[in-house]
Ligand binder design. Structure first.
Ligand SMILES: [Zn+2]
Ligand SMILES: [Zn+2]
Length: 111
């Protein structure tokens, strides 16, 4: 299991969301998604459970640089769907989402 790209201390845990395997940090609740998984996840109906609820306090994490634990390179901040800033690994294409970013993207996904 790899360390969280942002906290760098906490080990992420595997979690299955909408039949997609992701890694999730138990501390900041950020999600580490392999290449291609982000798009699948945004299109899934996840409901409004606590898991993906908005959290203003965590938004501070947006300013923390992420680091791909697999490739050991800095991730690049880029504009994802709904102009959410996601961190993307230039080597393996993995994406790191802060806690509420998936929910924001889903709200903006055209029906
Ligand atoms: Zn974390
Ligand atoms: Zn990578």
């Amino acid at each position: 299991m790899t360390n969280c790209p942002k906290c760098r201390i906490e080990k992420m845990r595997e979690e299955v969301v909408a039949e997609i395997e992701i890694e999730r940090c138990p501390f900041c609740k950020g999600m580490y998604l392999a290449s291609g998984e982000l798009q699948k996840l945004v299109l899934q109906e996840l409901g409004t459970g606590d898991t993906f609820a908005f959290s203003a306090s965590i938004d501070a994490m947006d300013d923390v640089a992420a680091y791909c634990p697999r490739c050991e390179v800095d991730m690049v901040t880029m504009a994802g769907p709904a102009e959410v800033h996601v961190d993307r690994c230039p080597q393996c294409g993995a994406t790191f989402l802060d806690r509420s970013e998936l929910a924001i993207m889903q709200l903006h996904e055209p029906q």
